[in-house]
Design a protein around this ligand. Structure first.
Ligand SMILES: NC(=O)c1ccc[n+]([C@@H]2O[C@H](COP(=O)([O-])OP(=O)(O)OC[C@H]3O[C@@H](n4cnc5c(N)ncnc54)[C@H](OP(=O)(O)O)[C@@H]3O)[C@@H](O)[C@H]2O)c1
Length: 324
């Protein structure tokens, strides 16, 4: 099979397209139709990465493909499946390859009507955005409650969150560091665009003006703190990421005086029933929302290294699909 392999030597990590024997061992053998680029993939190619747990490693934290062989009998040859989560592309060879040997617990049968390409455009980022929207809804956040903030707006999770929220009827405010992608963000459904530092006011007070009925945040750090102090009474933020930092320094006041909720979103160890339910919601939305508008471009295995470099430099908007 052909694959994009990460190696590291003398503190330098490299990505190379290599030819490897077909994977063998426990697991479901899949012919990969698509994979996609995610922030975690960029973390895996950093020298000394703590996300990547072995080297050499075939990268790619998700994949979509056709089952060729399943020794467990749970999946039928020819079935379209989505592989994501677990240790795919971090401790176990991942989706930047023509073949993938997947742990069955990381596989979801693609819902009827969702194409392989649509599933790949979503990938882990789109799944996370939909799981975040679901969390807001489960906490009672409705379209007429007020503005929903989306941070990291031009990224994979952020751009999907904007499109999904707008599609569901919410008024979306997009926070971005980009000055070039405002038209595109409006096209996705953002009603208003603000800068990364415009999330809250009253910096000298414990709490800011109540502004957001809800928020989908993949940025973390100080950004999440600013969201918490500017959520409206009873507001909710779904937090999935850490692009601005993993530390969260905040106060209890938003929780004990405004009854706000901070909900964690995890795509890695999400239970099978949740995975399936979120993919079914994405399939439902795919009937009326064109996922192609969320695609930055499609690359072959030979284009993965350059595309990951772009992602790390912040010059990608939306999703990069990999077609091995
Ligand atoms: N919990 C989970 O299971 C899960 C699943 C998927 C992703 N994630 C996490 O979610 C985060 C986003 O993933 P992604 O795939 O959407 O990444 P991405 O495509 O690289 O997007 C990240 C976006 O964050 C913004 N950003 C970048 N650096 C920033 C900084 N220093 N301060 C503030 N904003 C910054 C940029 O948007 P603007 O230029 O528009 O501001 C960028 O496009 C990552 O931390 C990832 O690990 C977690």
């Amino acid at each position: 099979m052909r694959a994009v392999q990460i190696t590291e030597s003398d503190g330098v990590a490299s990505l190379t397209v290599v030819t490897l024997p077909s994977p063998q061992g426990d697991g479901v053998l899949i012919d990969v139709a698509y994979s996609s680029l995610n922030f975690k993939d960029a973390m895996c190619v950093r020298p000394g990465s703590r996300v990547r747990r072995r080297t050499p490693l075939v990268g790619g934290v998700d994949a979509v493909g056709i089952v060729r062989v399943d020794p467990t009998g749970r999946f039928t040859p020819g079935m379209l499946v989505i592989a994501s989560g677990g240790d795919i592309g971090t401790a176990r060879d991942g989706g930047f390859a023509t073949e993938l040997l997947a742990d069955p617990v990381t596989l979801t049968i693609a819902p009827d009507g969702l194409t392989a390409r649509q599933a790949a455009i979503c990938g882990t980022a789109g799944w996370t955005a939909m799981a975040s929207l679901l969390a807001l809804q489960q906490h009672g956040c409705r379209p007429d409650d007020g503005d929903i903030l989306v941070t990291g707006a031009t990224g994979g999770v952020g751009s999907f969150a904007i499109a999904l929220l707008a599609h569901a009827g919410y008024r979306v405010v997009a926070s971005t560091g980009s000055t070039e992608d405002h038209d595109w963000l409006h096209e996705l459904g953002a009603h208003e665009i603000i800068g990364r530092d415009d999330i809250s006011d009253n910096p000298d007070r414990v709490l800011a003006t109540e502004r957001w009925a809800g928020a989908i945040d993949c940025v973390g750090g100080q950004t999440l703190h600013q969201i918490l102090r500017s959520l409206r009474y009873g507001g909710v933020v779904a937090a999935s990421g850490l692009v601005a930092g993993a530390d969260l320094s905040t106060t209890v006041y938003p929780f004990i005086t405004r009854a706000v909720s901070l909900v964690g979103i995890d795509a890695v160890l999400a239970p099978a029933a949740q995975r399936q339910a979120v993919w079914e919601l994405l399939r439902d939305v795919s009937r009326t929302l064109d996922f192609e508008q969320l695609t930055h471009h499609t690359v072959s295995l030979d284009g993965v290294a350059a595309a990951l470099d772009e992602l790390a430099r912040g010059t990608v908007r939306g999703r990069v699909v990999v077609q091995p």
